[in-house]
Design a protein around this ligand. Structure first.
Ligand code: NAD
Length: 328
């Protein structure tokens, strides 16, 4: 990632990225390291994150890895020592996982959030940004989604992210530390894990089609998503941590591109890239999924100066090329 999203000099600033062994967190950590931060510490228990993501950050002398758990109060406090900004990405993702195991989703996503935010406030850090999710829109049908209009949650995962936003709002009002959240809309890109039962749709499709196999599509495939290349998520994290605009803090932002595409279109785009013709296997719709998703990104544009730099088509090509170069 050569694009620069900040003007602040990072050489005196220390960052903690929770979940930095994961997909989005490792890209945030890499950006901060490549741009000369004083220290970038990752706290991750490697439950869904990958050692290989940590290995690729080891080349930077400012990088520190703490293998630990956000459910452990002492480890959260230790991780926040000497830190200026926290980007909290650690969580158990996936709507189906949360339906199958709501207890773990709640323990990590809600309990872990409260422990991390409390540790960060106790350490008097300057700012805390965190990953929420577009799933908090739930059954709100109107498009595009605007931050102030949410519906009923459709999964324990959505509840957990909604709880993060509620805690952030209360902690922000009660204390000195600003907490700023991001409702990510289907983030995709290199390093997103294609393996396992809870893998996201883009790495799953690319992995299957690359191997010449049909991928499964939930429902009729006409559901739409505002697919967001990971560089855009990195951008908003950097902008919100370093913003000098105090009215931009203590808010929750949609993080997306502002265009939506159907899952069928996504599947066909990947087929086209490989010059293949493989029929997908359609299966029943998935519980807890929203039908359509499209973000209004004007709040982040106006207050954070967020401008998505990579669109769906270019992001998809970059992602496919990454997976093509991975050992099978
Ligand atoms: P990911 O699974 O790749 O990364 C999450 C990381 O958190 C992993 O490295 C995992 O090991 C770590 N983690 C999990 N439980 C932990 C614990 N108890 N203690 C310490 N570390 C723990 O997922 P991602 O796609 O990079 O998602 C990052 C964040 O963004 C998550 O909060 C997720 O809910 C949110 N989000 C992601 C998307 C998306 O499209 N990828 C969409 C909406 C929201």
């Amino acid at each position: 990632m050569n694009q620069k999203f900040h003007t602040t000099n990072l050489e005196n600033l220390s960052f903690l990225i929770t979940g930095g062994a994961g997909f989005i967190g490792s890209h945030i950590a890499e950006y901060l390291l490549a741009n000369g931060s004083k220290r970038v510490r990752v706290l991750d228990n490697l439950s869904t994150g990958l050692k290989s993501n940590i290995e690729l950050l080891q080349k930077y002398s400012a990088f520190e890895f703490l293998e630990g758990d956000i459910r452990n109060t002492d480890q959260c406090a230790f991780a926040c020592e000497g830190i200026d900004y926290v980007s909290h990405q650690a969580a158990l993702g996936s709507v189906p996982r949360s339906i199958k195991d709501p207890v773990s989703t709640n323990d990590v996503n809600v309990g872990g959030f409260v422990k991390m935010a409390t540790a960060a406030a106790n350490a008097k850090i300057s700012g805390f940004v965190y990953a929420s999710s577009s799933s908090v829109y739930g059954d709100e049908a109107s498009l595009p989604k605007i931050e102030s209009r949410t519906g009923n949650c459709l999964s324990p995962y959505a509840v957990s992210k909604k709880a993060n936003e509620l805690y952030a709002s209360v902690f922000g009002a009660l204390g000195d530390m600003p907490l700023t959240g991001f409702r990510y809309f289907n983030v995709f890109g290199p390093r997103q894990n294609p393996k396992g039962q809870y893998a996201a749709v883009i790495p799953l499709f690319v992995d299957a089609i690359m191997r010449g196999e049909a991928a499964s599509i939930n429902g009729d495939g006409e559901q739409t998503r505002d697919f967001t290349y990971v560089e855009n998520a990195v951008q908003v994290n950097v902008l919100a941590m370093l913003t000098k605009n105090s009215s931009a803090l203590n808010k929750v932002y949609n993080v997306a591109v502002g265009k939506n595409f159907s899952v069928n279109f996504l599947y066909q785009s990947i087929l086209k890239h490989f010059g293949k013709n493989i029929q997908p296997v359609y299966q029943g719709p998935r519980a807890g999924d929203v039908r359509n998703s499209l973000a209004d990104i004007s709040l982040a544009e106006d207050l954070l100066d967020y401008k998505p730099t990579v669109n769906f088509a270019d992001g998809l090509v970059r992602t496919i090329e990454y997976f093509q170069h991975q050992p099978q």
